[in-house]
Design a protein around this ligand. Structure first.
Ligand code: ATP
Ligand code: MG
Length: 400
């Protein structure tokens, strides 16, 4: 049987947004259109609060489109549906051909029908009862259960045809990327910062990444690893730019001019100043990091206070209250973990003293910075020499 499948997307939290609903929906439609563009010829449209993604010829890759759409924030659930002629017998046969296998795997089910084309001769309750009866005759082990069935067979009679839905799968949740503004994510090669990017994009932030590299202490491979991470999360975050800052000179300067025990906090403040400068240039309104309270010496409250006051943008730390095991679980789920654990050096871990101070005070930090008059100029130069790498979500990820 020739069955034409389409994808149905159900909105999540954004339906609550009242006034903004229209702009949220048009952003979401734009994102969906862009996401499936390179999977073939699709039409994306909206009816009530559901988005429809319909292939326009047999070359369109519905499987790949479904995989991509399941990463689009703003969707609570997805399902596939088949479209057939609006004829009761055809509807029965199509439902059985399309959902028969799924029905064999459950014990309880119900049929729900919606009829927006009022010229269709059967009313919804009648269609439910008759189709339910037909499916029961094919699967005598089944029982109809109106409340909480294991599976719901949905039939919608629309102008263009009859739509028969399969089971729903969870969508990516959250809000469409871009509806909450834009931020700059500090991306290291580690496990945490790609997860931080994912979590903030899920709250509707569009983002770019910034990475600090210190060649020759950090290698070209380490930079490629960060690029791959940005590309993996781009399935969620959308197209973006990875800004790579040549950080060797400021870092060596701090090493040579500051007390060892303050090195890490001073370096983190310096990185924040550069990130902030670039964020302002590219109109990002916040900085995101993968910091988690007390994970390392630079993530104590005192150390965070010192990094916070290095510049004026809000610093978003979505992982602040998460355990490493929870962060790792998310990293696995979004596909960044395997790349994150590749053993390449990060500039944050070179020159680190064996016993960094865990409770630095802002006064001693400012004093140490006053003794580094040459740092500002080196930071300015590093920011000016930043390299821009385009990260495009519809391109296949090249894993290292
Ligand atoms: P991650 O797993 O993300 O590397 P971490 O636990 O190793 O984090 P740190 O190395 O202290 O912790 O870094 C804390 C945060 O600072 C990172 O999550 C990231 O946001 C940022 N960061 C660290 N190193 C870099 C870098 N080289 N370039 C850009 N940002 C960085
Ligand atoms: Mg790190």
């Amino acid at each position: 049987m020739n069955m034409k499948e389409i994808i149905l997307c159900y909105q999540g939290e954004m339906v609550l947004k009242g006034l903004n609903k229209a702009s949220f929906e048009s952003t979401l439609a734009k994102i969906l259109r862009y996401r499936v563009k390179s999977c073939g010829n699709f039409k994306v449209y909206r009816a009530q609060s559901t988005m429809y993604i319909e292939p326009l010829d047999e070359f369109a890759d519905v499987d790949e489109a479904y995989r991509r759409v399941s990463k689009v924030f703003g969707l609570a659930a997805l399902s596939r549906a088949v479209v057939c002629d609006k004829n009761f017998e055809t509807i029965c046969e199509t439902a059985e051909a399309y959902l028969g296998d799924a029905l064999r795997g459950v014990k309880t089910f119900k049929v729900e029908a919606k009829r927006s084309d009022k010229t269709f001769p059967m009313k919804s309750p009648e269609l439910c009862a008759e189709l339910g009866g037909y499916l029961l005759s094919k699967h005598p082990h089944l029982r109809v259960k109106v409340k909480d069935p294991q599976m719901t067979v949905m039939v919608e009679i629309r102008d263009y045809g009859a739509y028969i839905h399969g089971p729903k799968t969870p969508g990516a949740g959250g809000l469409p990327v871009g509806t909450s503004g834009r931020a700059l994510n500090m991306l290291s090669g580690g496990i945490d910062s790609p997860v931080a990017a994912y979590r903030m994009a899920r709250r509707g932030l569009a983002l770019h990444h910034i990475h600090f590299a210190s060649p020759p202490y950090t290698s070209e491979r380490a930079k490629m690893k960060v690029h791959s991470l940005a590309q993996i999360v781009s399935g969620y975050t959308g197209n973006c730019v990875l800004y790579v800052v040549p950080y060797t000179a400021p870092q060596e300067y701090i090493r040579d001019h500051a007390p060892d025990v303050l090195f890490t906090v001073l370096m983190r403040r310096s990185m924040m100043r550069i990130a902030s400068r670039i964020a302002h240039e590219i109109e990002c309104d916040a900085i995101i990091t993968g910091e988690s309270l007390a994970q390392v010496a630079s993530q104590t409250l005192k150390a965070l206070q010192c990094t916070d006051c290095a510049q004026d943008l809000p610093i978003l730390r979505p992982l602040i209250g998460m355990d490493k095991s929870e962060i790792t679980e998310t990293a696995r789920a979004i596909g960044t973990f395997e790349t994150s654990i590749l053993p390449y050096e990060d500039c944050c871990t070179i020159f680190t003293p064996p016993h960094p101070k865990t409770k630095p005070s802002v006064e001693e930090i400012l004093e140490a910075e006053a003794a580094m008059p040459g740092l500002a100029e080196l930071e300015e130069k590093a920011a000016a020499e930043v390299e821009r790498i385009a990260v495009r979500q519809n391109e296949p990820v090249e894993l290292l």
